[in-house]
Ligand binder design. Structure first.
Ligand SMILES: NC(=O)c1ccc[n+]([C@@H]2O[C@H](COP(=O)([O-])OP(=O)(O)OC[C@H]3O[C@@H](n4cnc5c(N)ncnc54)[C@H](O)[C@@H]3O)[C@@H](O)[C@H]2O)c1
Length: 437
């Protein structure tokens, strides 16, 4: 079986590489970005994802992964096309489907077509119509199937998620599509986890609902954390107390500086828009978004209060730029909101991130100073803002931290440090959802 994967971003590249590795299939990866394709042809992974580059190179060497920019040529030659192109937010927050429909347009052959991108309910019908339109124009009559196979991988642990999925969801409306997807995914569910077949609309809704539920848990805990600070409770204790309730579970309950990344913000927005377009208001999700916007500036507000509203000329050290550890992805990263607020307040920002500095430079250039390590950012700093909980930030030499800083004060956006330890080092310490000691 020959498979084409269109879009070589986080989802497309991980899908292609894992399918090549496990199933030994022939994978043809297509992207319109010729620079990306050139890099990939040379075995260079354009994104940071642990373990991906090694696996990529291995499969290129074995001839199981090839890269191209011309979908037209590929389409004629494959049995299945997975479309994993981006679905960024449109100006009004709804999912922009132009890339998905562009791909559909290019497809006008007798092939099965699977959508992996996160797309609003009803998109499969649009894809089907776009393919049919092209076939009609050409006067050819061929059968094809459209399926929806949403992706649930987490950046930073994407390979593991793809190799050992909790479940695989496939929205199909034909036995051929079901048979084909069963065959492709069989090696990935030997652990007994299910391939869940649904109708197409439900598969499209499952993906959005999953992300919306996780975003809701995060915003809910952030809101509760802010109340904990006011009433003198500790969000970590509250988290443990509720997380041990099996009805609630302990995942996605950590308070912090708000969710970011390529999925939660845009999918929450798009789901709200879909509901609005049907005349239904998703009020819970509207609040989730509002709380998240507020939470992204929470460290800034604490810092502003600490310096009595005057931050002009302050030198601020920022640890972490990526929206979460183990990725270089900065889409909707809380760090970007913070940097903007700090610069507008007249601060100088010095930042360090183990992998996202190149990406940051691509986005905001020299607006901030990039440092080589944690301690370089702290030189003469008036405050340290911990934004992303990379492992290497967890244990610092706090004697050194204190001696390097102009004013030893830490604003911990991920609750990774211990307030008692900070006090023993005479470092002022502020975290999320806890009373200050
Ligand atoms: N990133 C994640 O963690 C994640 C997880 C689950 C689902 N998703 C969903 O998967 C989809 C892809 O996400 P991503 O993060 O991989 O996106 P991405 O932006 O990293 O990659 C998309 C790629 O598609 C390419 N592309 C766009 N139009 C094209 C066309 N017409 N032909 C060929 N290539 C084209 C782009 O050049 C880009 O390389 C989105 O719908 C997203 O919501 C993402």
């Amino acid at each position: 079986m020959k498979i084409a994967i269109v879009g070589t971003g986080y989802v497309g590249l991980v899908t292609a590489t894992c399918l090549a590795e496990v199933v030994g299939l022939e994978l043809i990866c297509v992207d319109i970005d010729d620079k990306k394709i050139e890099k990939l042809k040379n075995g260079i992974c354009p994104i940071y994802e642990p373990g991906l580059e090694d696996m990529l190179r291995r499969n290129i060497q074995k001839g199981r992964l090839v890269f191209t920019t011309s979908l037209d040529a590929v389409v004629k030659d494959v049995d299945v096309v997975f479309s994993a192109v981006g679905t960024p937010p449109d100006e009004d927050g709804s999912a922009d489907l132009q890339y998905v429909l562009d791909v559909a347009k290019t497809i006008g052959e007798n092939i099965e077509k699977v959508t992996k991108s996160t797309v609003p309910v009803g998109t499969a019908n649009l894809v089907r119509a776009a393919i049919q339109e092209q076939l009609d124009k050409r006067g050819v009559n061929v059968n094809f199937d459209v399926a929806s196979n949403p992706e649930f991988l987490k950046e930073g642990d994407a390979i593991n998620d793809f190799m050992k999925p909790d479940r695989i969801v496939c929205g199909v409306d034909s036995p051929i599509a079901e048979e084909l997807l069963t065959k492709i995914y069989k090696p990935f569910v030997l652990n007994g986890h299910p391939v869940i077949f649904t109708d197409i609309a439900s598969a499209e809704m499952i993906k959005y609902t999953a992300n919306a539920m996780l975003a809701t848990r995060i915003s809910f805990m952030n809101d509760i954390a802010n109340l904990c600070e006011i009433v003198g409770a500790d969000i970590n204790m509250v988290r443990k107390g509720i997380g041990s309730d099996t009805r609630i579970g302990n995942k996605f309950l950590y308070a912090g500086v708000g969710y970011g990344g390529s999925c939660f913000p845009k999918d929450v927005k798009a789901l709200i828009k879909t509901a609005d377009s049907y005349g239904y208001s998703l009020d819970v999700l509207k609040s989730v978004e509002k709380v998240n916007d507020k939470q992204k500036r929470v460290l800034f507000d604490k810092l502003l209060k600490y310096y009595d509203g005057n931050l002009a000329g302050k030198r601020i050290a920022l640890l972490g730029l990526a929206f979460k550890p183990n990725t270089d992805d900065m889409r909707e990263a809380p760090a970007l909101v913070l940097i903007d607020l700090l610069l507008k307040a007249g601060c100088t920002v010095l930042a360090y991130d183990p992998v996202a500095m190149e990406e940051s430079y691509r986005r905001i250039g020299n607006k901030i100073t990039y440092c080589n390590d944690v301690y370089e950012t702290l030189q003469d700093a008036d405050a340290l803002l911990l934004v992303t909980e990379w492992t290497e930030f967890r244990v610092l030499d706090f004697n050194k931290v204190k001696s390097l800083m102009n004013k030893p004060v830490i604003f911990d956006g991920r609750n990774i440090y211990d307030a008692h330890e900070m006090r023993s080092h005479q470092i002022d310490y502020f975290s999320i959802g806890k009373k200050n000691l």
